[in-house]
Design a protein around this ligand. Structure first.
Ligand code: NAD
Length: 356
């Protein structure tokens, strides 16, 4: 049973500075960490943002490593770690989305360098002790307190350049974390409050961002929601939706973020009867009568993909996908059964109205 009468609350959270223009404060935050020389991490596309950090911190910048990529290949992590030690860096600043934060985490895992994260998407990795590293084509994930960033700077101005498509997919990815957090086995009242508010703020912010990507108030609301949803992901366990996305994305090479938008409404429909209180809160956060249909309506309104077939999944792979997703037992509010999961995947493949 989960809810307000049976729970354990045990959370470690980073220091958070949330303020437009707070990029200029990075130097002070490095000092508060007791550090002097920062290695700045970014993707090749975000080199200019890393240079803005360098300009803001002056002599405290040890160098820039601009080779962060999706899924954190072990070779990239090793190169970044080697550069950090060669330059005598005593902290790392990760400016970017989940891929760059993930690189920072891979460095921290082995070097114990403190990480200061400056997120520029809504994925929420900066608030979690979860890391992923890809070695020999296989992504290993784990939880380790050492990888949790020590400080997070949220500056909504940095998200103005995030294209609408990426804003929507990283935002729905974050909403999925909060939605599953509401029916997690280890749910607790504080994280449930954050989850509901996070879904509300992100859903509302994303609708306004689609209407006007330069709306700084909408960007700020979405980033606030991202913070809350990321906090939930870092604190409670995930279930069916994440398992399915991992299987579909990993084994059939589908785009990770878009897969979330197509699966989430159907995962919610699958769990609806087994987690009625969570569904009520998700529906309320979305301003809808029903959580699953409200989620599908939001995705449609945001122009996000709703069918796995649009993402390149082949119909003949659905049987194997259902088998893979049910071969290992994991916790979910409703038992995970092969025939029912095959039905869920069929609905998600066609992009049908969930729960109809
Ligand atoms: P991303 O970090 O992969 O970034 C996608 C692209 O957007 C990159 O090219 C990046 O440079 C660019 N970009 C980022 N911010 C930008 C901005 N403001 N303006 C212009 N371009 C910008 O995307 P993501 O969705 O943040 O992260 C996805 C990855 O994060 C996945 O690998 C996922 O597994 C991981 N993730 C991990 C956790 C965790 O807790 N470990 C949580 C969520 C996501």
């Amino acid at each position: 049973m989960t809810g307000t009468s049976n729970f354990v609350f045990d959370s470690r959270l980073p220091r958070v500075v949330f303020r437009p223009g707070s990029l200029r404060q990075v130097g002070q935050e490095i000092e508060l960490l007791g550090a002097r020389r920062a290695l700045v991490l970014c993707t090749p596309e975000q080199r200019a943002s890393a240079e803005a950090v360098r300009d803001a911190i002056g002599a405290r910048c040890a160098g820039i490593f601009d080779r962060a990529v999706m899924h954190v290949p072990i070779e990239t992590a090793r190169s970044a770690r080697a550069l950090a030690s060669e330059l005598g860096a005593d902290c790392a600043i990760a400016i970017g989305g989940g891929s760059t934060t993930g690189l920072g985490k891979a460095i921290a895992l082995e070097s114990a360098l403190p990480i200061l994260a400056i997120p520029t998407t809504y994925a929420g990795s900066e608030m979690t002790p979860i890391y992923g590293i890809t070695e020999g084509g296989i992504k290993k994930t784990g939880r380790d307190a050492r990888v949790l960033p020590r400080t997070v700077i949220y500056d909504p101005e940095l998200t103005l350049s995030l294209p609408v498509g990426l804003s929507v997919t990283s935002g729905i990815n974050a909403i999925a974390h909060a939605a599953e957090g509401l029916y997690a086995q280890d749910a607790n009242p504080i994280m449930s409050l954050l989850a509901e508010e996070g879904i509300r703020a992100l859903a509302d912010g994303l609708v306004r961002i689609v209407a006007d990507p330069a709306d700084i108030a909408a960007r700020s609301d979405a980033l606030y929601g991202a913070w809350l949803c990321g906090t939930v992901l870092g604190s409670v366990g995930m279930a069916l939706h994440h398992k399915l996305c991992h299987t579909v994305g990993g084994s059939f090479n589908l785009p990770h973020a878009e897969t979330h938008t197509a699966i989430l409404p159907h995962a919610l429909a699958y769990n609806a009867a087994a987690a009625p209180q969570a569904m009520q809160r998700i529906a309320r956060a979305l301003g809808a009568d029903d959580a699953a249909r409200g989620m599908a309506a939001l995705a449609r309104r945001l122009g996000a993909p709703l069918a796995l077939r649009e993402l390149g999944m082949r119909e003949e792979d659905l049987d194997r996908c259902a088998a893979l997703a049910t071969e290992n037992a994991y916790w979910n509010p409703r038992p995970v059964e092969l025939a029912a999961i095959r039905g869920l995947l069929d609905d998600a493949w066609h992009g049908r109205v969930p729960g109809a």
